[in-house]
Design a protein around this ligand. Structure first.
Ligand code: KIV
Ligand code: NA
Length: 276
């Protein structure tokens, strides 16, 4: 399949066609996703938790993100790839945000970048889009500021809090983002935002809109530290993988592996070898 463009995403919204995307952090996942027909891939800074074992996304660096984006691009050359700007890569200034967004495009061949926040990062989004780089916004539950939110908590469940989420959504669109990701807000609020905005609205844990995102490691059952309520598990990879390791250990200990099928036999007569 041909790589999607911004125009395809707008067309899909108009046609009521859902966009399906997941996160990917490595070459094999990217390959499987592209082969499966995934519409887009996010190299999320969630890589800090699900591939590097941090308890949050704060420690993730630009170097981590670039290197994972490069691996994903190698695995999915024909898929729209979103680079996720890590904490500290856009907080200081518009200039810093542009410089780091440019790095994603130049060093990792991403198609666009994503950054967290609405009203308070509006000038960052505008600066990056002014540089010619497509931006996808991310509002609602924003993991990089989960400390301020009091943890990984659903947002917009009260009228007061929902007002802030709506203001963020409008700020993101107004700043020039081509689409927006809404995380962990009630479906009623997502529906309201989707009607209010012109740009495509995508959901992770936020109900129906123009498309859905899930964290690949969650949906295939590979990340076990915790699973948010909104994750539907489509496989149990941890179980499959752990069982494979158990079986291997058992067979090595019992001398079952390697059997004759798994060795390279000599090609000269054994007598010649005995002279060695
Ligand atoms: O890093 C990530 O995977 C994300 C999703 C949680 C939206 O930003
Ligand atoms: Na992220």
């Amino acid at each position: 399949a041909k790589k999607k463009s911004i125009l395809d995403l707008v067309k899909m919204k108009k046609a009521g066609e859902q966009v399906a995307w997941i996160t990917a952090y490595d070459y094999p996942t990217a390959m499987f996703a592209e082969a499966a027909g995934m519409d887009m891939l996010l190299v999320g800074d969630s890589l800090g938790m699900v591939t590097l074992g941090y308890s949050g996304t704060i420690p993730v660096t630009m170097e981590d993100c670039i290197s994972h984006c490069q691996a994903v691009r190698r695995g999915a050359p024909n898929t729209w790839i979103i680079g996720d700007m890590p904490f500290g890569s856009y907080q200081s200034s518009d200039e810093q945000a542009v410089d780091n967004a440019v790095r994603f495009m130049k060093e990792a061949d991403t198609d666009c970048i994503k950054l967290e926040g609405g009203v308070r990062i509006q000038s960052r989004i505008r600066a990056i889009t002014d540089a010619g780089i497509p931006v996808i916004g991310h509002i609602g539950l924003t993991p990089q500021s989960s400390g301020q939110l009091g943890g990984f908590k659903a947002q917009g469940r009260t009228v007061e809090n929902a007002r802030g989420v709506i203001e963020d959504a409008l700020a993101v669109q107004e700043a020039g983002a081509f689409s927006i990701l809404v995380e962990a807000v009630p479906p009623e609020l997502t529906e309201f935002i989707t009607k209010k905005l012109d740009i495509p609205v995508y959901s992770i844990g936020a109900g129906a809109c123009d498309g859905q995102l899930l964290i690949s490691s969650d949906m295939v059952g590979k990340f076990q530290a915790f699973t948010p309520k909104f994750v539907k598990k489509y496989a149990e990879v941890a179980e499959v993988e752990t069982n494979a390791y158990k079986q291997y250990i058992k067979e090595v200990k019992e001398g079952v592996f390697p059997s004759d099928d798994y060795v390279y036999h000599i090609t000269d007569p054994i007598e010649e070898f005995e002279k060695l």
